[in-house]
Ligand binder design. Structure first.
Ligand SMILES: Cc1cc2nc3c(=O)[nH]c(=O)nc-3n(C[C@H](O)[C@H](O)[C@H](O)COP(=O)(O)OP(=O)(O)OC[C@H]3O[C@@H](n4cnc5c(N)ncnc54)[C@H](O)[C@@H]3O)c2cc1C
Length: 436
């Protein structure tokens, strides 16, 4: 039996970008993927003249990510500048999210009381402890700000519940900023970096183009589920679809719940812990629509009052997404606050989307719909998430040659996964070539 240098388990963006960096350093690396396609939660589909994403939609790319794409020879397409405008659905109407201090003072989205609270946030003190996003925002900006400004963003990124998500782990930049300055407004004035930064991008052929470009440079085997992993003295033995594969090191780049069963024979207690990470469901509905529409590029619905969590006119963000005269609207449902949606039939989901789009955007000319259900969509960085991160670190220390990665360890966005691949590849290289 041949001894491989590195086996990567999972051909999502975490696995592929790590494998790509290793291959560039001349490492012998093979990627095993259980599904018949690559990409994991990145999946671009072409149907009836539309090009749409059924999972991740866009990448918020900073310079590090742009450099990675350049190195990999992939040309990004920037979203139209209007992508920064967001609308919130409140009490039956769409209200633009204020983008400047003047707009903030004038917006009907927030009451005078909330505006005054926001303006006096500058005198607040920061926290050291692990508190929920909701508790922090309530204390610093008030309940209304939580409901109409923060919650829609949290459902947009995490499909999560701000009452459960940890400020420290889910929004680490905000946590660090408030710790340093006490107030987020002060942090924003001083550093202009309170929020996430970067360019919103995709590719001519959608995010799938990135996945295919990386995979083309790698040895990737689809329909090759890894079922078992055992650690021996100085190598690992994997059961891969009926065959045994031996390797000096393994990068486990699968979701926490699958990594959990793969780690069973390495450390049972750690494996049981990882299985506790919550992944609420998300349903993505791509809707082809005909006609002219208001200048809405992106909206988040009023939390709790509608089942639609948010929607984006993807055809207004990127060219080539819809046939002439039509638009592509991508709608999200489910998440931590509406888990039942996953149990509905496609027809029931389509009916909800049709009804709510009519109410919110007066859309009544639907050309086509595509429903994608993600039963376990996005890992939730909840309070106490330290314990999972510490455990992952301990495992890597206790079992040399074992490396864990994925959106449940280094941040949920695609950009986080790409950035993490640099650190993970460096760790693997130092293990394989300690003298270098
Ligand atoms: C609906 C939705 C919308 C999103 N929108 C955005 C967005 O707009 N922007 C953004 O930045 N991020 C977004 N994300 C998040 C982003 O898509 C993910 O965080 C990222 O793609 C995760 O990549 P990953 O490689 O860590 O995991 P995955 O994509 O989950 O890949 C893991 C891979 O491992 C494989 N695997 C599992 N078990 C085994 C096994 N035993 N053997 C072999 N292979 C195995 C799986 O089949 C899968 O292909 C979204 C996610 C979802 C679900």
């Amino acid at each position: 039996m041949d001894m491989r240098e590195v086996v990567v388990i999972g051909a999502g963006i975490s696995g592929l970008s790590t494998a790509y960096r290793l291959k560039k350093e001349g490492v012998d690396v093979v990627v095993y993927e259980k599904d018949d396609r690559i990409g994991g939660t990145i999946h671009t589909v072409k149907e009836k003249g539309y090009l749409f994403e059924v999972g991740a939609q866009t990448i918020l790319a900073d310079q590090e990510v742009i450099d990675f794409l350049k190195e990999a020879g992939i040309e990004p397409v920037e979203a139209s500048p209007s992508s920064k405008y967001r609308y919130i659905y409140k009490k039956g109407r769409l209200i633009p999210l204020p983008m400047s201090p003047v707009e903030f003072l004038k917006t009907p989205l927030l009451s005078l009381k909330t505006k005054l609270k926001v303006l006096t946030e500058i005198f607040k003190r920061g926290v050291d402890e692990d508190i929920s996003i909701a508790d922090f925002v309530r204390e610093h900006f008030g309940e209304e700000f939580l409901n109409y400004v923060v919650a829609p963003f949290i459902s947009g990124v995490y499909a999560g519940d701000p009452e459960k998500l940890s400020l420290k782990h889910a929004t680490p930049k905000l946590y660090e900023a408030q710790k340093k300055y006490g107030s987020l407004i002060k942090a924003f004035i001083k550093e202009k970096t309170a929020g996430p930064k970067g360019k919103l991008i995709s590719f001519g052929e959608g995010l799938g183009e990135l996945i295919n470009a990386l995979a083309q440079k790698l040895e990737v085997h689809t329909e090759n589920v890894v079922l078992r992993m055992r650690k021996f003295e100085d190598f690992f033995r994997l059961d891969v679809r009926g065959k045994k594969v031996e390797t000096k090191s393994v990068v486990v780049a699968s979701p926490a719940y699958t990594s959990s069963y793969l780690l069973k024979e390495v450390s049972f207690s750690a494996s049981e812990e990882f299985d506790k990470i919550d992944y609420p469901p998300v349903v993505v509905v791509n809707v082809g629509v005909e006609g002219k529409f208001p200048k809405v590029r992106l909206l988040s619905s009023e939390s709790g009052k509608k089942r639609i969590l948010g929607a984006m006119f993807m055809s207004k963000l990127f060219p080539g997404r819809a046939p002439q005269g039509k638009e592509l609207l991508t709608v999200f449902l489910g998440g931590a606050t509406d888990r039942e949606v996953i149990e509905l039939s496609e027809e029931e989901i389509e009916n909800i989307v049709e009804r709510e789009l009519k109410e919110i955007l007066q859309i009544d000319c639907i050309d086509f719909m595509h429903v994608q259900k993600w039963k376990r969509a996005i890992p939730q960085y909840t309070l106490g998430y330290d314990r999972f991160l510490n455990l992952a670190q301990e495992m890597e220390k206790d079992y040399p040659g074992l490396f864990l990665t994925g959106n449940w360890l280094y941040g949920v966005s695609t950009a986080d996964c790409i950035r993490a691949s640099k650190k993970v590849a460096q760790k693997v290289l130092s293990f394989l070539r300690p003298q270098a």
